[in-house]
Design a protein. Structure first.
Length: 411
């Protein structure tokens, strides 16, 4: 059987971050490249034209003794310049040669002056050409800037934006119209997803809540047999796990979208609340929690950001060593980014397993089976919430075992 063709390689990533507000001044934009192309072509054409004019002028001004339009036989000539000195008594041929040398010197001075003035003119015209080319490139590429600004607003979850580009029916208008059609389909898809999440939220929670109520009622009967009590507790634990799974899936679906309504949220306060919720579980497992939270205010949804901190701290406590384990949580602002860092002791995590930890229902070296530590959605939810806030989350293996989870969000 023939081997399958290799997948195409990914295009190279830009050396600058498009989300960085401070971009390089001379980043390789199309406008800069067009300006350099047209300006460079004008400069080369100007240099060629100047060379041709210089050569033609030099050929036209070439003067020798035989080309003189006169011949001096006798007389007295007094020089008027220092560079043209003639003796008072010379023969006619010597006098004619001296006059030819004087004319040649004038020719060289004229060519030098022509070259100097032409170079200054070429320099001025080059500056004008580059400026004009930059302005014209900006005017020609202005539809692309409009498309980019609309795409950036759409990336902020404003799917109602449209380009609606006017002008001639050229390639740029075709690109804008295609982009508008894509936005229409995306808006319909996201609207359908939101309706599905809302309906699923009701349809899935209601039967699970009814089951939990019935089980709690039967377990509250003091006359129920022990076997029935044990079965009820098992079913109640299974039902609780299903509720957690449903809540996690719904939260994961909601957090994949960008956050429209944003409010100031202090990551230090969010981390403190997460620590308070997990402290009892950490004490039960013998895990020491250390918090060093400095103010780090971001714009976002406080509930979702608290879920990031809670999921990371819970994972750090649950996936820890049996004895002398610890979890360290810190928040601060670094280089214009709010950083939430959670590090913990735990089993050694190979570097090639890091990416799998962020996939739904995946854990270290095992699938979603036979574990009471969660439903396998914690890190997936944390990554989706971080992306929805324009940030990111990275994990690094810690020396000696455990992980260092770092969440960075724009301030």
């Amino acid at each position: 059987m023939a081997a399958a063709p290799a997948p195409p390689s990914a295009p190279p990533k830009p050396t600058w971050d498009p989300r960085d507000p401070v971009r390089p001044l001379l980043r390789p934009t199309i406008r800069i490249r067009l300006t350099l192309l047209y300006g460079g072509m004008f400069l080369i054409a100007g240099i060629l034209l100047l060379s041709i004019i210089y050569l033609l002028t030099a050929q036209a001004l070439n003067v020798s003794v035989a080309d003189l339009p006169f011949e001096i036989v006798k007389g007295e000539v007094l020089p008027t310049t220092e560079w043209c000195r003639l003796p008072r008594s010379v023969t006619g041929d010597q006098f004619n040669q001296a006059v030819s040398a004087c004319l040649q010197h004038q020719r060289d001075d004229a060519l030098d002056d022509l070259l100097r003035r032409s170079l200054f003119a070429l320099l001025g015209l080059s500056i004008i050409a580059f400026a004009f080319g930059y302005a014209m490139a900006g005017r020609v590429l202005s539809p692309l800037g409009r498309i980019t600004r609309t795409a950036r607003k759409v990336a902020g979850s404003d799917l109602s934006r449209r380009i609606e580009l006017d002008g001639p029916d050229d390639e740029l208008k075709e690109l804008a119209d295609t982009f508008d059609e894509m936005l229409d389909r995306l808006e319909r898809a996201f609207s359908a997803q939101q309706r599905f999440v809302a309906n699923a939220s009701h349809e899935l929670r209601t039967p699970l809540a009814i089951n939990r109520t019935l089980l709690e009622v039967h377990l509250s009967d003091p006359g129920a047999p022990a076997e029935l009590q044990q079965l009820g507790k098992t079913l109640l634990a299974t039902n609780e796990r299903s509720e957690q799974l449903v809540e996690g899936l719904l939260l994961l679906a909601r957090s994949d979208n960008q956050i429209v309504e944003r409010k100031p949220v202090d990551l230090a306060e969010v981390a403190s609340r997460a620590l308070d919720q997990v402290r009892s579980e950490a004490d039960a497992k013998g895990v020491e929690i250390v918090g060093e939270c400095k103010p780090a205010v971001v714009q976002g949804n406080g509930v979702l950001l608290e879920r990031i901190a809670l999921n990371l701290v819970q994972n750090a406590v649950r996936y820890n060593v049996p004895e002398d384990g610890w979890v360290q949580v810190s928040t601060e602002v670094q280089q214009g980014q709010a950083v939430l860092e959670v590090s913990n002791t735990g089993p050694v995590v190979p570097a090639y397993e890091i990416d799998n930890l962020f996939e739904p229902f995946r854990r270290l070296r095992q699938e979603r089976t036979g574990s009471d530590k969660g439903v396998g959605l914690g890190l997936s939810i944390a990554r989706s919430v971080a992306r929805a806030h324009g940030g990111r989350i990275i994990a690094e293996p810690r020396d000696g075992g455990g992980l260092v989870m770092r969440v960075t969000l724009p301030v």
